[in-house]
Design a protein around this ligand. Structure first.
Ligand code: URA
Length: 268
């Protein structure tokens, strides 16, 4: 009879396991909560002290202008991360567990930029560590690269709740930070992973199936970086047949690296 005894702890654990398998990764309150309204609310910000020499910060509420001025004031990537950690102008910061700033080698010749962290990235605090990250690692390995040789970031550094699409306001507030991150990392090649990243950074409105695989340039203001868009690993997990297109793009990246090898030195 013991086998049939009801064990509430075991039942609860089984229920949670079932939720996770069904893709439930966020707990909601009993009363509905309009997170979009939270995102739209004017942001009253704690002032973040910019780096020495920076221009004065913007008027309260103008989070995008403040983001621009702060990002411009960062002299290096560590300073940029520090400013982002203290920046309160993006509502996503309030719902995410971690700032997901970057992974890999900032001196790497290739910088990959995805869209936004998912649950696993939010938990660990690094981009592309979940299932799509594992696929990205395999794609890198296929062209002889690994995470110690490339730099990886996202256009949005905080996980949107339930992986929803970031609002235009959230995207606009985050944009100056990723632009400064690219400028400071100064890669030889910028690779946008997926449509949202390509549209945010490569001045295209085209869908990713049209914009992928074509060389273009990304202008930092001081320099032009060769840039290419390719399919997002999460899309490839859903559409494995499209891996052949991504494989073409990765071979294009490999060929560009081989055509302009860097002299041997300490960086990747
Ligand atoms: N998808 C992204 O675009 N970025 C991540 O960091 C993880 C998944």
């Amino acid at each position: 009879m013991d086998d049939l005894a009801f064990d509430p702890r075991q039942s609860a654990a089984e229920l949670i396991r079932w939720y996770v398998e069904m893709g439930v990764d966020a707990v909601v309150d009993e009363a509905p909560r309009d997170r979009l309204a939270e995102a739209r609310r004017p942001v009253v910000q704690e002032r973040v002290t910019p780096s020495p020499g920076a221009r004065p910060v913007a008027a309260p509420g103008d989070a995008t202008e403040e983001a621009r001025q702060l990002a411009r004031s960062a002299p290096d990537l560590d300073a940029l991360r520090g400013l982002l950690e203290r920046f309160e102008g993006c509502a996503l910061r309030g719902t995410a567990k971690s700032l997901v700033f970057a992974d890999g080698n900032p001196a790497g010749r290739v910088m990959f930029v995805g869209e936004a962290p998912g649950a696993e990235e939010d938990r660990i605090g690094k981009p592309f560590v979940g299932r799509s990250g594992q696929l990205l690692d395999r794609m890198l390995a296929a062209i002889g690269l690994d995470r110690d040789q490339v730099y990886i970031a996202n256009i949005i550094p905080w996980r949107p709740p339930g992986n929803r699409t970031p609002t235009p306001q959230e995207a606009a507030v985050c944009q100056p930070f990723i632009e400064r991150q690219i400028e400071l990392a100064d890669p030889d090649i910028l690779v946008c992973l997926g449509g949202p990243s390509a549209q945010a950074l490569l001045a295209t409105k085209d869908g990713i199936l049209k914009s992928r695989g074509r060389w273009t340039t990304y202008a930092t203001g001081t320099r032009e970086i060769r840039a290419l868009a390719t399919l997002h690993p999460a899309y490839l997990l859903r559409q494995p047949l499209q891996k052949r297109l991504a494989w073409r793009d990765f071979k294009t990246i490999r060929a560009a690296l081989d055509a302009t090898p860097r002299p041997p030195g300490p960086s990747a």
